[in-house]
Design a protein around this ligand. Structure first.
Ligand SMILES: Cc1cc2nc3c(=O)[nH]c(=O)nc-3n(C[C@H](O)[C@H](O)[C@H](O)COP(=O)(O)O)c2cc1C
Length: 160
């Protein structure tokens, strides 16, 4: 089955998950950074994975726009949804807010994967915003193992 992995990232962790998933999935996999190509044609793919970094509680605009514009095309696909975020206590709420309910309902797998923070990579304003949301220092919850589990579930779980 052909798989489209469409994602958006600010600082790379979501891209690293997308690339890890691409390595784990079998068949042809096409990776699309929605910042570079906001409108990939989902119709020719049997399976679609959509991933977004979370900032200030929200999915990236490119991901929200892609889902909203392609709702009808995406709903019947074998669908995997993930967010990449830091706060574990807010992960489920952020996951539910990141994608339209129709896609969350029909997804084979949906997951909040752990992010990472490198203060040295952040702009002045991002560092200020990071302080406001309680991000205090460099740290990583990035996990290749969780990408492997996500890919495995996508391969084996049956659709809703
Ligand atoms: C300014 C800023 C705001 C953030 N806001 C949130 C947030 O609201 N919730 C959360 O769980 N993580 C938050 N994070 C953590 C990011 O989701 C995490 O760093 C993730 O790895 C970002 O993905 P990316 O590297 O693909 O951009 C924030 C990080 C920064 C720097």
């Amino acid at each position: 089955m052909r798989t489209l992995i469409a994602y958006s990232t600010e600082h790379g962790a979501t891209r690293d998950y997308a690339e890890a998933l691409a390595r784990e999935l079998s068949g042809e996999v096409v990776l699309v950074n929605l910042r570079e190509n906001p409108s990939p044609d989902a119709s020719s793919f049997g399976q679609v994975v959509i991933g977004s970094a979370i900032y200030a509680g929200q999915a990236q605009k490119e991901v929200r726009d892609f889902c909203a514009r392609n709702l009808d095309a995406l709903r019947p696909k074998r669908l995997g949804l993930f967010i990449c975020c830091w706060f574990q206590d807010q992960a489920e709420r952020q996951l539910q807010a990141a994608f339209p309910p129709e896609l969350l309902d029909s997804a084979v797998i949906k997951s909040a994967l752990g992010g990472r923070i490198n203060l040295g990579e952040l702009s002045f304003f991002e560092r200020l915003a990071a302080k406001v949301v309680g991000v205090k220092g460099n740290a990583s919850r990035y996990s290749e193992e969780s990408a492997r589990r996500f890919a495995q579930a996508l391969k084996t779980e049956s659709s809703n």
